[in-house]
Design a protein around this ligand. Structure first.
Ligand code: IMP
Length: 168
């Protein structure tokens, strides 16, 4: 599969984002909340590019089932295991497509009364947005194509282990 976004390009943008977040959060503790499953690779690299005080807690969401088309119905598959009340939360998402998944998760996190909530996403497909979402940073805007790799899966859950992003 041919890379759409090569591994080195992804890593360079993550290093920049990590430095920006360090400056932003300073001495504050930040709870990094990756949305499973797709963001586990991005989040693993992002936290290692951050030098501020980081803790990590996962949530899980699923809107696709086994297909490549969004069902529009979001299911929470894993809840966070720590209290987010009064914390600085950094939500880490792999890709924002219709925005339905992220809108649902952002509402859910806000109901836990964090002191602050920012969302970073690796990829954004703005062409297909249905639900408005707040994004602090997006690393790459891409056209409306189904992509895999760097944590994102295709049919059957395959391709998450590719070190780059490719069009399926
Ligand atoms: P949304 O709710 O339509 O914004 O979809 C978001 C979720 O769908 C992401 O977190 C991914 O898990 C999945 N998704 C959307 N587009 C793609 C894609 O191109 N490749 C792989 N997964 C995708």
């Amino acid at each position: 599969m041919k890379p759409l976004i090569p591994a080195e390009v992804i890593q360079a943008r993550i290093a920049e984002l990590g430095a920006e977040l360090d400056t932003l959060y300073g001495d504050d503790e930040v709870v990094v909340v990756p949305v499973l499953k797709g963001s586990f690779v991005f989040a693993a690299d992002l936290v290692r590019a951050m030098r501020c005080n980081v803790t990590v807690d996962f949530i899980g969401a699923s809107s696709y089932g086994e297909s490549t088309k969004s069902s529009g119905e979001v299911r929470l598959t894993l809840d966070s295991s720590v209290s987010l009340m009064g914390k600085q939360v950094l939500l880490v998402e792999d890709i924002v497509d219709t925005g339905l998944t992220l809108a649902y998760i952002q509402k859910f996190i806000k109901s836990r009364s964090p002191a602050g909530l920012r969302t970073v996403a690796l990829l954004d497909k703005p062409a297909r947005r249905v639900a408005p979402v707040e994004l602090f940073r997006v690393l790459f805007r891409i056209p409306d194509r189904f992509v895999v790799g760097y944590g994102l899966d295709g049919p059957g859950g395959l391709y998450r282990n590719l070190p780059f992003v490719a069009v399926l």
